[in-house]
Design a protein around this ligand. Structure first.
Ligand code: IMP
Length: 427
């Protein structure tokens, strides 16, 4: 069995962790390939409720090896906090491996994320301020420091001295704040390095070995396709690719090794941070949804903006990922609504658009065209078979399939593992 990718199809927070947790039951390996601790995957199971930011959601399945790939940026403080929390809850973390090529989030990245955002005023991106963007900037600027670098303390000190000189110049000359201490960062990161050493591996070989003997490898996406630096709502995007293609680069696998690509869509839309969102609901409806579904960021606690399902951006997501199936999450949240809108296309300057424009300011001017469907106004949380869903709910699912041109294979109707409807098996 080759790799199966689980990809966020909207602006993140679609419930990928939930889908991965489910599929991980049969997986030999679960791997993260992009992002950092800007992600927050909520998983509820027999061990409790967890918000995972770095460790793959497969960690709860005892047979699954979990990998943080080279495409992820790692804040070691967050990593060890998470590992300790898992260990306290009795979860075995010895099956976790970290790529020696993964870049580190350093203290200056976190500082700069905040300073840059503050300096942008009303044009701020609304980042998670976890240092993720600045760490990816340094990766591309060839100023990054990788987990493997921590294993040679003296070489690491020299590299850090070189990089920190540049960072301190920015902190002092542009932002007028105190420089950071080389000694302090070196000491704390050497300490992290010692703790991280047992986890560090050339993970591309581990993934290849698993794929060569036909083991199921689950590729756990982070963020959502509309936050992709190329195809998302630039500049209101994240800084690594959440797309299926990102998995190849973020792990060192080939496109041919990915057999299924599951696009995870929430049954409506949410977004945190700034940027256009054409189907944003009126405040009152958004409030109802937000409170019912606890739509608050798993990483920052920020209230999520809520909107109707938008098939226009959804089709772009299908196009750039090549989804072979769709998982539709949080369907039960819509149980209370008397009617539900679905955006079918946009209107811009008298023209109807089937695909979103690439420019964020133009996208902001698009008027969503809706089809309004009757709600079902009855609970669905207990339903386990598609045919037992109310007729209106089935019609809603069929409408989404028709608009996306992709089959819905899984529907979740509650946060617990069993609260779902398997329409067709992915595996
Ligand atoms: P950054 O990734 O922290 O630089 O933030 C850039 C944009 O991506 C902001 O709008 C964030 O709110 C958004 N973002 C980053 N990670 C997530 C996520 O896991 N879920 C939802 N939005 C995210």
């Amino acid at each position: 069995m080759p790799a199966i990718a689980v990809i966020g199809a909207q602006w993140g927070d679609e419930g990928k962790g939930r889908v991965v947790d489910l599929l991980a039951e049969k997986a030999h390996m679960v791997v993260r390939f992009s992002g950092g601790n800007n992600a927050g995957h909520t998983v509820i199971n027999q061990h409790g409720e967890f918000r995972l930011h770095l460790v793959p959601a497969g960690i709860f399945r005892p047979q699954a090896t979990c990998i943080i790939g080279n495409g992820v940026v790692i804040d070691p403080a967050v990593l060890f906090e998470e590992i300790e929390e898992l260990q306290k809850s009795g979860v075995d973390t010895q099956r976790l491996f970290i790529s020696d090529r993964a870049h580190l989030i350093m203290p200056y990245h976190i500082l700069l994320d905040g300073l840059e955002e503050d300096s942008k005023g009303s044009k701020a991106i609304g980042t998670t301020r976890r240092g993720v963007g600045p760490a990816f900037v340094d990766k591309i600027a060839r100023l990054g420091i990788r987990t493997g670098d921590l294993l040679d303390k003296e070489a690491f000190r020299q590299r850090l001295a070189f990089v920190l000189e540049r960072k301190n110049a920015i902190l002092t000359k542009i932002y007028g704040i105190q420089p950071l201490s080389l000694k302090e960062i070196h000491e704390s990161y050497c300490n992290y390095g010692e703790r991280m050493a047992p986890y560090i591996q050339q993970t591309e070989f581990l993934v290849r070995e698993a794929l060569e003997v036909d083991k199921l490898v689950l590729l756990e996406g982070a963020q959502g396709s509309l936050l992709d630096p190329d195809f998302g709502t630039y500049p209101y995007v994240t800084s690594s690719s959440p797309l299926a293609g990102g998995a190849c680069l973020g792990l060192g696998i080939t496109p041919m090794q990915i057999r299924h690509i599951i696009g995870v869509f929430k049954a409506y839309t949410t977004r945190v941070g700034s940027g256009p969102m054409p189907t944003e609901m009126d405040k009152e409806t958004a409030h109802v949804i937000r409170e019912k579904a606890r739509e608050y960021g798993a990483t920052t606690g920020r209230p999520r903006r809520c909107g109707w399902f938008d098939s226009t951006v959804g089709r772009l997501s299908v196009l750039v990922n090549g989804f072979t199936s769709v998982a539709l999450t949080r369907m039960d949240v819509l149980d209370i609504l008397p009617s539900i809108k679905v955006c079918t296309s946009y209107r811009l300057e008298g023209k109807t658009l089937q695909q979103p424009p690439s420019n964020s300011s133009t996208l902001g001017k698009c008027e969503p065209l809706y089809e309004e469907l009757p709600g079902w106004q009855s609970p669905t949380g207990h339903i386990r078979r598609f045919r037992d869903l109310p007729l209106e709910a089935r019609r809603y699912v069929r409408k989404i399939e028709e608009l996306l041109g992709c089959q819905v294979d899984l529907i979740t109707v509650g946060p617990k593992r069993n609260e779902m409807i398997s329409v067709r098996s992915f595996l």
